[in-house]
Design a protein around this ligand. Structure first.
Ligand code: CP3
Length: 386
């Protein structure tokens, strides 16, 4: 088979799903190369974002569709990635549920009156999800901006997102600043263990609001929804299965029923991956601690995977960084259903140039892997035809 006919065979295969490269990879369809984007790609490491932050608070950016859209678009275009995640925050749904919070410099989010009782859960509102529509208005603007195919003929994917029930509950109960990745979640687990009435009602209310919120985002043009379960790694497998799995599954399934793939991401999840894949999410986001091929085996071949370069590797010299990018791609081995990403968000201080170089290397290195895979597939097809 000549290179031209191999490329043609690859193109024919990739046309089957009729979607962007990023969405096709979420659905485990073959792609011409590995799609790439980054967790926290619009953030404080980027001078363009800091220029906007000089004039606006984080919540002002989130709640002003023009600015949120601009920040989203600028980051995606500057980096040359295949998907844009809408600029918003996990905590936004707390406000229409009746919980006030603020971002305190150096501390992260702080919830003023954390939930500690059944009565407090009962007081939470689920009927005001419409107040979150500023996020879907921003998505509409981003979708309009990226509607036309790029120079390579591929359309950029647009990602909406929300928190998972456990992680949102942890913020609501701990109060925010105590609920970082280094904490024990004592208040959250106390409520979870001691009052099934309060816990189940809280989970149910969170799912109700998040389903409505995700639906607004899909209607506005989100191609994929990512569910962030950032602190799920603080749960044992047994507790995850007993207290969280059914609620997360309900959320994932109700979003999938809207006709979009779901990416489900958590941190410190090596032991939880088989249980997380039981949610039926199309893609599982792997954190950076687990080798990608090991993680993929854990979630099973029926799932796509996203990840999982260590975000701190972006501080390494270029040759070391490139070797690490190659390591992730080699572990994926060109199998359909890999989306290149980090294993957690980009941190402040990350050199922007290194992030851009990673995008270039993923494009360059994965094109040759895809061509090899297509060649093998073509040869197999020929052999089978004989
Ligand atoms: O490009 C993007 O990904 C930006 C959009 C985005 C933000 N928050 C904006 C933001 C996304 C996807 C999030 C999700 C989010 N928010 C998560 C899940 C992702 C993860 O990292 O696990 C979580 C846990 C939150 C809650 C949150 N928001 C925390 C803990 C903090 C403080 C941490 C810090 O880095 O200071 C935030 C603030 C926040 N949200 C920032 C950004 C860009 C940085 C603060 C700022 O600009 O002032």
């Amino acid at each position: 088979m000549s290179n031209a006919s191999v490329q043609q065979a690859a193109n024919e295969q990739t046309e089957t799903a009729g979607e962007s490269r990023f969405v096709r990879a979420c659905l485990r369809c073959p792609v011409d190369r590995t799609p790439v984007w980054f967790l926290r790609q619009a953030g404080r490491y980027m001078p363009e974002y800091m220029a906007v932050r000089k004039h606006h608070t984080l919540l002002e950016i989130c709640r002003t569709p023009e600015i949120a859209a601009e920040v989203t678009i600028t980051a995606a275009e500057r980096l040359g990635v295949d998907a844009a995640i809408i600029f918003a925050d996990l905590l936004l749904p707390l406000t229409p549920m009746g919980l006030d919070f603020e971002f305190v410099a150096g501390e992260g989010p702080v919830v003023h009156t954390p939930i500690r009782s059944l009565e407090a859960v009962q007081a939470l509102r689920t009927d005001r999800a419409d107040e979150l529509k500023y996020v879907s208005h921003a998505i509409e603007k981003v979708a309009k901006h990226f509607a036309a195919p790029r120079s390579d003929g591929d359309t950029l994917g647009i990602i909406g997102f929300c928190g998972a029930p456990w992680t949102l509950a942890a913020y609501m109960i701990e109060g925010g600043k105590q609920s970082g990745g280094d904490r024990n979640y004592i208040e959250t687990k106390k409520l979870m263990y001691s009052s099934s009435a309060a816990w189940n009602l809280l989970m149910e209310k969170i799912v109700t609001v998040l389903v409505a919120y995700a639906e607004q985002q899909v209607e506005a043009g989100a191609d994929v929804i990512q569910v962030f379960d950032s602190w799920v790694g603080k749960l044992s497998v047994g507790d995850y299965q007993q207290y969280c799995l059914s609620w997360t599954t309900e959320l994932v399934q109700r979003i999938k029923a809207m006709g979009v793939p779901v990416i489900y991401f958590g941190v410190e999840t090596a032991s939880l991956l088989p249980a997380m894949s039981e949610t039926g999410a199309d893609v599982i986001g792997l954190d950076w601690r687990v080798p990608l091929d090991v993680g993929w085996r854990s979630v099973g071949a029926g799932c796509a995977v996203q990840g999982n370069l260590d975000p701190i590797a972006l501080f390494a010299p270029k040759d070391v960084l490139k070797a690490k990018v190659r390591e992730v791609l080699d572990a994926a081995a060109g199998r359909p259903g890999h989306i290149f990403n980090l294993g957690h968000g980009i941190v402040p201080g990350t050199p922007v140039d290194n992030v851009i170089r990673v995008v270039e290397w993923v494009k360059e290195l994965s094109s040759s892997i895809s061509l090899k895979t297509a060649k093998q597939a073509g040869l197999l097809k020929e052999l089978n035809a004989r």
